[in-house]
Design a protein around this ligand. Structure first.
Ligand code: ATP
Length: 345
């Protein structure tokens, strides 16, 4: 269990983060400068919060009232950041062995060689970082982080320096390696929504230094709580609305249009409604939520089109498959009730 409740004030920024994690791989998502790295640095002991508590299982890392601030080197936290920060003048072997100076030499040798084999770099023991590819360097950084058997792993955009293909390969290898060799909590900062969805069990969304939603990834992506959370998970269709509760269903008014939303989606103080672009459909007729439209713009992607549609009431962004695109003309745009969600501001 990781408990974080910390505050830190800078002249132009205030961190006020509060969350608990029981286990698993947890992603932190949020706009640039919202406090993700500051949070990881505070857990690692590289930043001291002004006040609050950080506790991992039964160990207090930080407690401002009790004046506890465990130094970074005594926290046993594995921290891997964007640029792997391998020591350029040390070999692969020496980089991985760096944190094991107090271990007996034989044990170091056994552990490090074992680790090098595990990450598929046998034969590269005496190579220097500049002689390795980006993916290989990343594996060395992971090995160096895991060799000290950390009790928690903090990953700050560990794949951002890799090209698209290497990134995908490394991502898979990295996380299957983690599944086999690491059972602790993993906190993973990323800007990539797909990456967060693929790799994490749970997500924490940040906005301007605060946690605005936390939950299972499916829930956070498909049912964001509020307007900011919806934007962070990539929702491109968010409209102000008023909600009329008719018992069996909700009728939401959006600029003169009435949209049906299932009653169980009711949310107190809802001010907006949203739908993800990939949930928009095209139909001949529907009993509700279907509108005539004009196509304003269509931008081809590799396998889909990003289409901007204008109805009499609102503009929609739809992600349209090639198959749908072929038959889009003379159809109505349909917003399936089960995919609509209500949001508060
Ligand atoms: N030492 C410092 N002095 C003043 N402001 C700071 C300091 N360190 C961080 N900040 C501010 O804190 C805010 C949060 O920074 P942080 O690095 O945590 O953002 P982030 O969410 O990780 O961003 P990114 O996604 O761009 O890496 C930023 O606005 C930054 O300018």
């Amino acid at each position: 269990m990781l408990y974080v409740a910390i505050k830190k004030t800078f002249p132009h920024f205030q961190l006020d983060a509060h969350f608990t994690i029981q286990n698993g791989i947890v992603g932190i998502l949020g706009a640039s400068g919202c406090g993700k790295s500051l949070t990881l640095q505070s857990i690692a002991g590289l930043q001291q919060p002004d006040e609050g508590i950080i506790q991992l299982h039964d160990r207090l890392f930080f407690h401002s009232d009790k004046r506890i601030h465990v130094p970074a080197r005594h926290r046993n936290v594995g921290y891997m950041f964007q640029h792997y920060a391998l020591f350029p003048h040390l070999t692969v072997y020496e980089n991985i062995a760096f944190g094991l100076k107090k271990w007996p030499k034989k044990k170091v040798q056994h552990t490090v060689l074992n680790m090098i084999e595990n990450i598929g770099l046998k034969g590269y023991e005496h190579h220097y970082p500049h002689q390795l590819s980006g993916g290989q360097q990343q594996r060395v950084a992971l090995a160096r982080t895991l060799v000290t058997k950390p009790s928690i792993l903090l990953l700050d955009e560990p794949f951002s320096a890799l090209d698209h293909h290497t990134k995908q390969v490394m991502e898979q290898q990295f996380f299957s390696y983690l599944q086999q060799h690491f059972s602790g909590i993993v906190l993973f900062v990323t800007h990539h929504l797909e990456e967060a969805y693929r790799l994490c069990d749970e997500l924490i969304l940040y906005d301007r230094g605060r946690v605005i939603q936390q939950g299972k990834k499916e829930c956070v992506f498909h049912e964001p709580d509020n307007v900011q959370a919806a934007k962070i998970v990539g929702c491109k269709n968010i409209f102000p609305c008023t909600v009329d509760d008719r018992g069996k269903q909700l009728v939401c008014s959006v600029n003169g249009a009435s949209l049906i939303v299932p009653a169980h989606k009711k949310k107190n103080k809802a001010t907006h409604m949203g739908i993800h672009s990939h949930h928009i459909r095209f139909v001949d007729e529907a009993t509700c939520n279907a509108f005539s439209f004009q196509i304003i713009r269509a931008v081809p992607n590799v396998y889909t089109y990003d289409v901007t549609l204008q109805t009499d009431h609102f503009t929609l962004q739809a992600s349209v498959s090639e198959e749908q695109w072929k038959h889009i003309h003379n159809k109505k745009v349909y917003l399936p009730p089960e995919h609509l969600f209500l949001l508060f501001e």
